[in-house]
Every structure is written in structure tokens, then in C-alpha cells.
Design a binder for this molecule. Structure first.
Ligand code: ADP
Ligand code: MG
Length: 230
């Protein structure tokens, strides 16, 4: 319990920091983008590739700030009664074509056992997007991602996201969810902290287990009646 408390305090501080950073970066970024676009077709052909690079890098800054903003956004949303089943189905549909391109099959199991709960649908959607994206990114050779739902008790739901990816070395599992921790060249290291924060604000928690070279399982526990702390 003590650990959990410290963890959520840390997240709050991170959230505040994130909000101010994102805010400070947004405006200059917008004007930079505008001017880059403006002068792009006024330069000699030979310099065009610099513009491609500049636009890519600006896009990356934009991605990071939008993730930061999402992370820091005050919980102005309302908790509404929603079907978790439906939320997950929507995400699977959303990521379907990307999965196909990467030769990945997303299989769901038993989702219909999940009851409707009071939740912020948009945020839970983000959680499953983050988890399935991580699973896909861990499987460069393709494979199967399983999403298995169950009810460990009448008041608790468990959604498991199982991949056949590269796995995570034991000593690095603890680092996941630290802000900006990433092992990817193009990662932001903000996906898991966002995921954990959202699930905790719904009164639940996230468990990660992994075997290198075999795959990773992320367990999302959500109470049916949340003790809302958002
Ligand atoms: P990002 O995806 O931008 O790197 P995340 O916070 O989503 O940031 O994930 C942080 C790190 O956790 C990843 O860079 C990766 O090393 C590890 N990770 C998360 N999910 C998985 C997974 N399913 N398989 C292997 N590694 C993972
Ligand atoms: Mg990620």
C-alpha cells in the first residue's frame, strides 16, 4: 500500500511537470512548423532533403508533446457506464490494418464476460492502444497477440494482453513506466506511464511479466465498481 501511494504521488508530480513542458513547447513548435513550410519551396532543390528531416523531427517533437499533454491533462472527463468489451473491440478494429501489415494476428477471447463499468472510455481506449502497440512493436517477425478477458471475482475484471515478442530482460521490468524510459529508437517512453496512470485512476492496477525471447504478458486489473481517484 505504501508503495502504491508513493507511486501515485510520483505520477502527479510528473503530470504537472509534463503539463508545463508540453505547454512551453507547443507554441514555438507551431510557429516553427509554419515557417519551415513557408520557406520550403523557396530553397534550391539540393536542400530539399534538409526540409524532409526538419519536418520529421518537428513531427517527433509534436508526438512527444501531445503524449505529454495527454498524460498531464486534468481529469475533466466524466466517468460513464460503458462496455469494456466494446472499447477493446474498437481498438482491435482500429489497429487491425496496422497489425495485418506487420503480419500480426490479434485474437480476442472471452471479452463478452466483461461487464459494463463506470469509466472514462477515451482513456481506456488509449490504454489498449498503448498495450497493443507495444506488443506489435515487440514482434518484428509478426505472430499472435492474444487479449484474454476473465473475471477473477464478481467485482474484478482481468484483461491480459499476451504477445510473442522479444520480451523484457528481468532487470529492466521495473524501469517500465518511468517517464521517458524507452528502448526504442523512435519511442517516447510515455506509453506505459500513461497506461498505468489511467488504470490506477480507475482503481485498478497493471502487472507485467515477461520471458526474453518468448514474450510479454501485461495484466490489467479493473474493479467493477471503481474507487475513483481521478
Ligand atoms: P515506448 O513504446 O515509446 O518505448 P512505453 O512506455 O510504451 O514507451 O514502453 C517503454 C518500454 O517498455 C519500451 O521501450 C520497451 O522496452 C518496454 N516494453 C513495453 N511493452 C513491451 C512489450 N510488450 N514487449 C517488450 N518490451 C516492452
Ligand atoms: Mg509504447
Amino acid at each position: 500500500n505504501e508503495v502504491l501511494l508513493v507511486e501515485s504521488e510520483k505520477l502527479t508530480a510528473v503530470g504537472q511537470l509534463a503539463a508545463s513542458i508540453a505547454h512551453e513547447i507547443r507554441n514555438p513548435l507551431t510557429s516553427l512548423k509554419g515557417f519551415v513550410q513557408l520557406i520550403e519551396h523557396k530553397v534550391p532543390e539540393v536542400n530539399k532533403e534538409y526540409f524532409t528531416i526538419m519536418k520529421e523531427e518537428l513531427g517527433r517533437i509534436e508526438l512527444i508533446t501531445s503524449e505529454l499533454l495527454f498524460l498531464a491533462k486534468p481529469q475533466a472527463y466524466e466517468f460513464r457506464n460503458q462496455q469494456v468489451n466494446k472499447i477493446i473491440q474498437d481498438v482491435v478494429l482500429l489497429l487491425g490494418s496496422q497489425a495485418l501489415i506487420n503480419r500480426i494476428e490479434i485474437k480476442t477471447e472471452n471479452l463478452e464476460c466483461l461487464p459494463a463499468i463506470l469509466c472514462i472510455g477515451q482513456q481506456l481506449k488509449q490504454v489498449f492502444i498503448n498495450l497493443i502497440k507495444n506488443a506489435m512493436e515487440a514482434m518484428p517477425e509478426g505472430g499472435v497477440i492474444q487479449i484474454i478477458a476473465s473475471m477473477p471475482s464478481t467485482s474484478l475484471m482481468l484483461i491480459r494482453v499476451i504477445d510473442q515478442g522479444i520480451g523484457i530482460p528481468k532487470e529492466l521490468i521495473a524501469k517500465i513506466g518511468s517517464p521517458f524510459y524507452t528502448t526504442k529508437e523512435n519511442g517516447t517512453g510515455l506509453g506505459m506511464i500513461t497506461t498505468i496512470k489511467i488504470i490506477q485512476s480507475h482503481g485498478g492496477n497493471v502487472d507485467i511479466s515477461s520471458v526474453e525471447g518468448v514474450g510479454t504478458t501485461v495484466d490489467v486489473y479493473l474493479p467493477v465498481v471503481p474507487s475513483v481517484t481521478a
